[in-house]
Design a protein around this ligand. Structure first.
Ligand code: ADP
Ligand code: ADP
Length: 242
């Protein structure tokens, strides 16, 4: 059973409210795709092609206009806030800007334990887990008491990954997660994602405008253009041998 199934998904922004009359944007058009556990599906395309909107629909950060999103066989496309609650845990996202994942006022440990504690994990257990995760993402345990600004960009992204993994999600959506990093640091974070996938079997939806990065990490690639998926297949078939 696939971790994620998107079927005939459409997202139209605007249209509601008289101030926005005539300013509709059909950002995602009839998009269908499937992602199995343990696999990485890249979504590539130029700026404005609808990649982030697709990610936000899958995460149910925004309402979808029509079509379906299934997680582990369950349709969540029309779920309201309350019904989504258990699914939020199963879907985690890492953004380009780590400060969208990390509250600058929280220590690394507080950031990592926050989610699991909200979902009922005893604090002591969550803290032990935070230490383990920090080790997994390659940071020393003395980082736990520090604040995000004390780290480099690559380290902050590792912390954001640790925070996401603390929820033991089935699906990780990475939206331009390495795009702001230097090429050498990108490679380290990509290797980390690869290693995590080997260990956990997590499915990764990997959004990027960077074909070189996509070729490095993705098993399959979907190419978006003006809201549509215009090409989809194995990374080798779609992007060739880099
Ligand atoms: P990408 O991630 O590929 O750069 P986006 O999904 O951000 O593309 O944008 C797709 C289209 O939707 C663009 O035309 C963009 O301007 C528009 N768009 C994105 N977010 C919003 C929004 N919140 N409200 C209205 N239009 C939006
Ligand atoms: P991102 O890479 O997260 O899509 P953007 O710079 O495209 O970042 O957008 C930043 C915020 O502005 C997002 O919340 C997005 O939904 C919103 N946004 C993007 N494009 C538009 C648009 N054309 N109209 C209104 N809001 C937009």
């Amino acid at each position: 059973k696939p971790t994620l199934v998107v079927s005939d998904l459409n997202k139209v922004y605007g249209g509601g409210g008289f101030l926005k009359r005539g300013a509709e944007t059909h950002a995602v058009k009839d998009v269908s795709l499937e992602l199995m556990s343990g696999r990485t599906l890249g979504v590539v395309g130029e700026s404005g092609s609808g990649k982030s909107t697709l990610a936000r629909c899958v995460m149910r950060m925004i309402d979808i206009t029509s079509g379906g999103v299934k997680i582990g066989g369950q349709e969540i496309g029309q779920f309201g806030r309350r019904a989504m609650h258990p699914y939020r845990k199963r879907l985690q996202m890492v953004f380009q800007d780590p400060y969208r994942s990390l509250n600058p006022r929280l220590t690394v440990e507080q950031s990592i334990v926050e989610g699991p504690v909200n979902y009922g994990m005893p604090r002591k257990e969550a803290r032990a887990k935070a230490a383990e995760l920090l080790d997994l993402v390659g940071l020393p345990t003395n980082a736990l008491g520090r604040y995000p600004h004390m780290f480099s960009g690559g380290q902050r992204q590792r912390i954001a990954v640790a925070r996401a993994l603390a929820m033991e999600p089935e699906l990780l959506v990475a939206d331009e997660a390495v795009s702001a990093l230097d090429v050498s640091v990108q490679a380290q974070v990509l290797d980390l994602l690869d290693e995590i996938q080997d260990r956990t079997g997590i499915a990764i939806l990997f959004i990027t405008h960077d074909l070189r990065v996509a070729a490095q990490v993705c098993d399959e690639v979907a190419v978006m253009h003006r809201g549509r998926v215009v090409e989809m297949g194995t990374t080798r078939d779609v992007l060739g041998n880099p």
